[in-house]
Design a protein around this ligand. Structure first.
Ligand code: NDP
Ligand code: GDR
Length: 383
């Protein structure tokens, strides 16, 4: 696709992404820019820089014909959202902003509801208030967490919901308000019911990234042990890059429709730990049961784990990471997306795991090098 500056401005579609600084927001912004879109994103004010995931596509606001523009904003602030929508007049809105951590939603349930449930309503209302409901297409980041205590295996678009956390309950409201605005006002608004998707840009406290980062740090002698919650949890994991492509595809249909996005394959947290260790040349065996379960090093091969010895305990269970109500198992059926949109995921979970370990190992090596040379930069381990 030709870059924007050699196209007529009128042909470029304009997208607004909430949550542009997050994992999905950053991949989606890249994807849309490549398609020739003018991309606007909402970022939160923070006391430190929080744009690391989009710094590589940042454009100086002083240059002409900027096609990636960041606006300060917050999902809790209606007037701010309305003003940004009025300014941008987007053809497509991707509502990705959320307090997205399930465990944290038990700590901050009211804030989670405000951002994830009412935030969605605020955006939809702003679109309506500005008379954009016939122009602006709306994508809502819905979630497999809606299925919670699963009622059917695998889960598809018609499977009943049973949310199991304040996060999931807030997302349930968002799901239905999107359906309601579609039916009540004829808006092009749809839900992507996405199963877990990960990448090297995944937040450090989600389970896959916690594992790849933690084991890479241990391999380089930066951390002694990784403390985990429920190792039996089963998830259907895909790659964020595949999933943002689908978010865009959903808004290109003639009529709005909700889709499940998943791989159709399920693995345990324990599997993900084992693969990550293997990528580092570490063989692990799991011993004990329940809160006593731990992973012991069986073998070490290659150069990637200089700080690890046979017999070391690398992973222990810590009940502090158990959730008051857990979602034990999720497995999606992406048939509708495949049949109607031709979408199939291109990256396997094992390939994704290898990519994540490789990136985290690079960072851990840099850190270890600095440490070995007297620059002892602390490694953040709170999770
Ligand atoms: P992240 O947690 O990586 O990103 C969330 C984004 O929302 C960040 O940009 C964050 O800003 C922003 N945000 C949080 N609170 C506010 C607020 N009050 N106002 C404005 N922005 C805010 O999530 P992902 O990229 O992984 O997920 C994107 C969306 O998809 C989320 O809605 C998530 O709930 C949903 N989802 C994710 C799945 C997954 O497996 N990744 C699966 C199914 C659904 P900041 O960077 O400043 O924190
Ligand atoms: P999830 O993702 O809750 O599915 O929500 P997360 O990676 O946090 O947990 C997946 C499963 O792993 C278990 N687990 C642990 N989880 C974390 N975070 N830390 C641990 O130490 C740990 N040990 C075991 C969890 O209990 C859980 O069963 C993600 C988010 O991106 C949501 O925003 C999104 O909607 C859903 O995926 C689909």
């Amino acid at each position: 696709m030709a870059p924007l500056f050699i196209q007529e401005r009128v042909v470029a579609k304009r997208a607004l992404i909430t949550g542009v600084t997050g994992q999905d927001g950053s991949y989606l912004a890249e994807f849309l820019l490549e398609k020739g879109y003018e991309v606007h994103g909402i970022k939160r004010r923070a006391s430190l820089f929080n744009t690391q995931r989009v710094d590589h596509i940042y454009q100086d606001p002083h240059v002409e014909r900027q096609n990636f523009v960041l606006h300060y904003g917050d999902m809790t602030d209606s007037s701010n959202l309305t003003r940004i929508l009025q300014e941008v007049q987007p053809d497509e809105v991707y509502n990705l902003a959320a307090q997205s951590h399930v465990a944290v939603s038990f700590e901050s349930p009211e804030y989670t509801a405000d951002v994830d449930a009412l935030g969605t309503l605020r955006l939809l209302e702003a679109i309506r208030f500005l008379g954009l409901e016939k122009k602006t297409r709306f994508y809502q980041a819905s979630t497999s967490e809606l299925y919670g205590l699963v009622q059917e295996v695998p889960q598809k678009e018609t499977t009943p919901f049973y949310p199991r956390s304040p996060y999931a309950v807030a997302k349930l409201y968002a799901y239905w308000i999107v359906v309601n605005y579609r039916e009540a006002y004829g808006m092009y608004a749809c839900n992507g019911i996405l199963f877990n998707h990960e990448s090297p840009r995944r937040g450090e406290t989600f389970v896959t990234r916690k594992i790849t980062r933690g084991l890479a740090n241990i391999a380089q002698g930066l951390e002694p042990c990784l403390y985990m919650g429920n190792l039996d949890a089963l998830r259907d994991w895909g790659h964020a890059r595949d999933y943002v492509r689908m978010q865009w595809m959903m808004l290109q249909q003639e009529a709005p429709e909700d889709f499940v996005i998943a791989t159709g394959v399920q693995y345990s947290v324990r599997d993900f730990i084992r693969w990550s260790a293997q990528e580092l040349g570490i063989g692990l065996r799991f011993e004990g049961r329940g809160v006593d379960e731990h992973a012991v090093v069986d073998s070490v091969q290659g150069e990637d784990a200089p700080a690890v010895r046979v017999g070391d305990v690398l992973v222990r269970v810590d009940p502090r990471y158990f959730r008051p109500t857990e979602v034990e198992t999720l497995l999606g059926d992406p048939s509708r997306a495949r049949e109607k949109l031709g979408w199939v995921p291109e990256i396997t979970v094992q390939e994704m795991c290898a990519e994540m370990v490789a990136e985290d190992l690079k960072a851990a090596r840099r850190h270890a090098f600095l440490k070995a040379n007297g620059h002892d930069v602390p490694v953040a381990v709170e999770n």
